[in-house]
Design a binder for this molecule. Structure first.
Ligand SMILES: [Fe+2]
Length: 137
């Protein structure tokens, strides 16, 4: 079962970034399914690590693209990325100290709301800028 699906409403007009966002939705779905199945700490911690690693990778790539388009709001956008990474690291530490399933519920909830809101607002802003400048990636 999926708690979230990527639809074209989330598209930023860059296929690489859209693929990353789809993968993030998938990882959050994996986490949700583990929780639903009452999984042990170990598999949950593995998915949390994957989420953190993939989020880091995605942010780095997205920031490179924004740099290439000389996006004026890059600095502010980077701060938002760093805030989520910090939040995920805090959740990860708390999951590592036990009862990972309860932390996973929070991560799936907060992470999903963050991702949806972030894509539809700030990611769409650089997408608009790219279109206005006639750029393609
Ligand atoms: Fe972003």
């Amino acid at each position: 079962m999926n708690i979230c699906e990527w639809t074209s409403d989330y598209s930023v007009g860059i296929s690489e970034v859209d693929r990353h966002h789809q993968r993030l939705f998938e990882i959050l779905n994996d986490l949700f399914n583990l929780m639903r199945d009452g999984a042990e700490d170990k598999p949950i911690l593995k998915v949390i690590e994957e989420l953190l690693d993939y989020t880091n990778y995605h942010f780095t790539e997205e920031e490179k693209i924004m740099e290439q388009m000389h996006y004026p709001a890059l600095a502010q956008h980077k701060i938002l990325h760093q805030e989520l990474i910090q939040q995920l690291k805090t959740f990860q530490a708390s999951a590592q100290s036990g009862m990972a399933i309860f932390v996973a519920i929070k991560i799936a909830d907060v992470g999903l709301a963050w991702l949806k809101n972030h894509i539809l607002t700030v990611d769409h802003q650089y997408s608009e800028y790219m279109k206005q400048q006639g750029l393609q990636f």
